[in-house]
Structure formats: C-alpha cells, structure tokens
Design a protein around this ligand. Structure first.
Ligand SMILES: Cc1cc2nc3c(=O)[nH]c(=O)nc-3n(C[C@H](O)[C@H](O)[C@H](O)COP(=O)(O)O)c2cc1C
Length: 237
C-alpha cells in the first residue's frame, strides 16, 4: 500500500457519514454483494464468524422493521436494510467447520488448533442450565486477583457479539461508501421486535441495523473531537 493509498483510505473514512435521508433509487445487486463480501472478511474472535447478515428489501418487511426501529425514517427510505445479527450458539454451529477449513488452508498450526480447542470451550461454554456461566461469572473476578483473565463470552455474550458485528458493519459501510452509497449505523431499535420481524431464532441477537442506498442530501458538517483529546501515548496521561 502506498502513501497515496493510505491518504485515499483515510479520506474515504472521513467522507462516510451517517445518512438519515435516502433516495428511492435501487442499489446494484453486485455492489451489495461486494459490500457484504467486505463485511464477511472482517476479523472475528477465534475466527468464529458469529455475525450473520439479514438483507431486508421487501417493502412490507422494511415497514415492520421501521416500527421496531423506533420509527426511524431511514429504514424505509433506503431501498435496503442490512441487519447484523450475532449467533449465541456460534461455537456449536461453526467451531469445527472453521477449524477444519483453517487446517485445510494451513492457516493454523497444529499447536494453535490445540490451543483453540482448549481455550474456546473455556471462554464460551455455559454448561447445563447455564450453570457454567454462573460459575464463570463468579470465578473470573476471583481468578483475576491472581492472573490476567479476559472477559469471557460465556458471561458477556452480547458484548462479545456486538464487537464482532461492529467490525463487520464498519467494513460494510466503508465498502458502500467507496461505491458512492450511503449508510447509517443504528442501534436505536427494540431487540425483541426486530427479532420477531426477521423471525430470528432465540439464539440470534440483532445488533446493528444498517440502511443502504443513495443519500438524499448529504450529512456534511460532522465534527470529531481533536486528536489531542482522544489519543494517548503509552499510558492515560
Ligand atoms: C453503534 C451506533 C449506533 C447508532 N445508532 C443510530 C441510530 O439508531 N439512529 C441514527 O440516526 N443514528 C445512529 N448512529 C449514528 C451516529 O449518530 C453517527 O454515527 C454520529 O453522530 C457520527 O456521525 P457520522 O457517522 O456522520 O460521522 C449510530 C452510530 C453508531 C456507531
């Protein structure tokens, strides 16, 4: 990557705006597919890929989704909404498949696979009736008195899923922006109602809703706090 590429990328990151008014113009399916491809290639913890992308196009479904999204207009103004959904059962659903694929592609060494097989169940398993979750919720803070213990998806599953989904959504929005499309990341919605509208199973958590389309007007004028206020070197002060 050249310096010019870097500047172009940063300029694009600065150009992306949360857009709240869209033209009704349709989105080229090939562009949508490419933006979803960018989302799919986002990193995820242990490469488990817990984020699914529910593409909502039908008018009636978007109207129902809008009601679940506190009546935010962008949900029906944009021709497409992508709902980023996290899978609470990702270990049962993907772990072996991901290990097999990564092993086949020589993406992981046998030692790393052994490490994953040890660490992933420890981090994720909630045990029968959720008793493992309870145990981990109690044990982790005690253990932390003696050794570093990361936050455990078994205990904080939604926070873990939200991190994974956010990275996918960011890739998606940047790719859309590169194609001249507008998006708006949204967490203003009623989770239970979104789940019902999309007929999601109980194990699937809607995390971010992103309308996609052509901006009607621009969302220019957004500011950011100065770098000196947000960037810290080596320690807080
Ligand atoms: C996690 C997250 C949730 C958001 N939820 C909403 C939302 O529900 N509705 C909305 O209009 N904007 C929402 N936004 C957009 C923010 O208001 C917007 O990103 C912020 O004001 C900065 O503006 P910019 O994205 O145009 O730079 C959300 C942004 C993020 C990152």
């Amino acid at each position: 990557m050249s310096e010019a590429d870097l500047h172009a990328f940063v300029a694009m990151a600065r150009r992306r705006r949360a857009v709240r008014h869209f033209k009704p113009d349709p989105v080229d399916p090939a562009v949508l597919a490419e933006a979803l491809e960018a989302a799919r290639w986002a990193p995820s913890g242990y490469n488990l890929q817990p984020t699914h992308f529910v593409v909502v196009k039908k008018r009636a479904r978007r109207e129902a989704l809008r009601r679940a999204c506190l009546n935010q207009a962008q949900v029906t103004e944009a021709p497409i909404c992508v709902v980023f959904v996290g899978d609470r059962q990702v270990v049962a659903n993907h772990f072996e498949q991901v290990l097999a694929a990564d092993r086949e592609a020589s993406a992981i060494s046998p030692e790393y696979e052994r490490l994953l097989r040890r660490v992933v169940p420890m981090a994720f398993n909630t045990g029968p009736l959720g008793l493992g979750r309870l145990l981990k919720a109690v044990a982790a803070p005690l253990l932390r008195l003696f050794v570093p213990v990361p936050s455990l998806p078994a205990v904080e599953c939604k926070a873990w899923l939200a991190r994974q989904a956010a990275l996918c959504a960011m890739n998606f929005m940047l790719a859309a922006s590169a194609a001249g499309l507008a998006t708006c990341p949204m967490e203003g919605f009623d989770e239970r109602r979104v789940r019902r509208v999309l007929q999601l199973p109980r194990s699937m958590v809607p995390l971010i809703v992103v309308p996609l389309g052509f901006a009607a007007g621009d969302g220019a004028g957004k500011t950011r706090l100065p770098p000196s206020q947000l960037i810290h070197h080596d320690r807080w002060r």
